[in-house]
Write a protein that binds this ligand. Structure first.
Ligand SMILES: Nc1ncnc2c1ncn2[C@@H]1O[C@H](COP(=O)(O)OP(=O)(O)O)[C@@H](O)[C@H]1O
Ligand SMILES: *[C@@H]1O[C@H](CO)[C@@H](O)[C@H](O)[C@H]1NC(C)=O
Length: 312
């Protein structure tokens, strides 16, 4: 067992992205011509972990990939980004997760995900990584792995007073209420907030209402991200939520913007634990705004050296 300690530990997914750029998204049954294809590294868990690592904290990833070419490549990608890989397992029972992504000229996307090896991460692996989870400053989870595994990881962290960020993505309408009780920061986007609460969430005002409902379910704080509008932050100790606007930028590709935001949030929570959550959100908006100005997912995530010093 490793005795190393980490600032940010992510329990989540790894996906190989197969990305096509086309003038528009195809309709059902339609074949259209794209103008560019590339293979990239994705998966919400890995994305968030790599964004945190690029900002300069010690990170470890707890995940499972296939014993295949994409899995080997992914482990190298973690190493290249200074992410600790002792808890990246390889299985011959399933392929490395894959996502087929189409991006149109407006920067919108359509995605098909095959989770594969991600669904094989379970209790056994969490037990093997228990020391790293217990000693982490921040633990981050999403829903691209088995939801049982996510919930267990959050519970293990919560029981050990490790601050938790839960990103309920992709959202499910009947999310186990246990998730709320173990989330220090419950962070989702508009469509996820809508699915979880049943409210329609189309603007800042709607987001304030949805945040109140999510908070009532037992988390310590809620953040709803709003694309170019930034986000709304609501803490249990406050009565009202705060809109934290983003700066206007020209978006080229918003794939992974939410992951850049959450990775940055994990960084601030670990690096500046006493900073007000609104200020962390303001800075995470700025990090994510940089990511939408370049194509790709991880390829668009900024490093510390790319960002103004006052963000650190
Ligand atoms: N067009 C944009 N301009 C500036 N910031 C953006 C833009 N789109 C996204 N962001 C930033 O990325 C964050 C996450 O984006 P959002 O679209 O809400 O998430 P998701 O990627 O889950 O759809 C936002 O809170 C914001 O900080
Ligand atoms: C929210 O994130 C999901 C992925 O979990 C994505 O499919 C959806 O388009 C996003 N919604 C918005 C409004 O950005």
């Amino acid at each position: 067992m490793s005795d190393k300690t980490f600032d940010v530990v992510v329990v989540g997914s790894c996906m190989t992205d197969l990305v096509s750029q086309a003038p528009r998204l195809p309709k059902a049954g339609e074949t259209i011509r794209g103008h560019k294809f590339f293979i990239g590294f994705g998966g919400k868990g890995a994305n968030q972990c790599i964004q945190a690592a690029r900002l300069g904290v010690k990170t470890a990833m707890i995940c499972k990939v296939g014993k295949d070419f994409f899995g080997d490549n992914y482990i190298q990608n973690f190493k290249d980004n200074d992410v600790h890989t002792d808890f990246v397992w390889q299985t011959s029972d399933a392929a490395t997760g894959a996502a087929s992504i189409t991006v149109n000229d407006a920067g919108e996307n359509a995605i098909v995900i095959v989770a594969g090896a991600n669904m094989r991460l379970g209790e056994e692996e969490l037990q093997q990584a228990l020391t790293a989870i217990r000693k982490a400053k921040v633990l981050v989870c999403q829903l691209e792995i088995s939801s049982q595994t996510s919930l267990r990881a959050l519970q293990m962290a919560h029981d050990n007073k490790v601050r938790t960020i839960f990103n309920p993505a992709p959202a499910v309408p009947d999310l186990d209420f246990g998730f709320y009780r173990v989330s220090d920061v419950f962070c989702c986007n508009e469509s996820e907030a809508e699915l979880l609460t049943g409210y329609s969430v189309n603007n800042v005002e709607d987001a304030h209402h949805a945040a109140q409902e999510l908070l009532r379910r037992g988390c310590t704080a809620v953040i709803i991200t709003l694309g170019p509008q930034g986000c709304v932050v609501l803490k249990a100790q406050d009565k009202t939520s705060t809109h934290v606007p983003s700066t206007a930028v020209k978006a080229v590709d918003t794939t992974g913007a939410g992951d850049s935001f959450i990775g940055a949030l994990a960084f601030y929570l670990a690096h500046h634990p006493d900073m007000p959550l609104e200020e962390m959100a303001r800075r995470a908006n700025q990090v994510a705004a940089v990511s939408v100005q370049a194509v790709g997912t991880q390829t668009s995530f900024p490093f510390k050296r790319d960002l103004p010093a006052d963000l650190f």
